[in-house]
Design a protein around this ligand. Sequence first.
Ligand SMILES: *[C@@H]1O[C@H](CO)[C@@H](O)[C@H](O)[C@H]1NC(C)=O
Length: 135
Amino acid sequence: MLALLYSFVFLTAGAFAFPILHWPRTETVSNVVCTDSSVTLDSHETNVALLQICGGIAGSIEKCQGSPTTTTGTSGGSEFTITPVNSGDTINISKGRWEQGIKAVAATCGADKPFTATFTGGATTGDVNVVLKQA
Ligand SMILES: *[C@@H]1O[C@H](CO)[C@@H](O)[C@H](O)[C@H]1NC(C)=O
């Protein structure tokens, strides 16, 4: 009887684990262009800059605040710019997707390399175009 109860609990938990746990979703990126392979940005500045988008997404802030129509994040020589693909959209990308997208691009261009790319979702009706360049 106890074994039956355990297996019931286990199976039930298994069936609901996916929606409950919010397993990390890998952000998909497209149109990746490595815009200047001769430039390597300062990795600390790039890491600070990526938390400066939307007026700041550091700490407990989990998504872009304030529904901006475009936003930049700058630190030292590193500058990110986000612009919605669909005009009229506002940006509401989550920090998780944002950081996953940047990692996905780094897998193609290398870390701290200037790029342009499209991140799936991230705005109210569609995708966002992302630029990392030397400021
Ligand atoms: C962004 O807005 C869209 C449309 O309102 C919504 O479906 C999506 O869940 C929002 N994303 C975040 C991270 O709040």
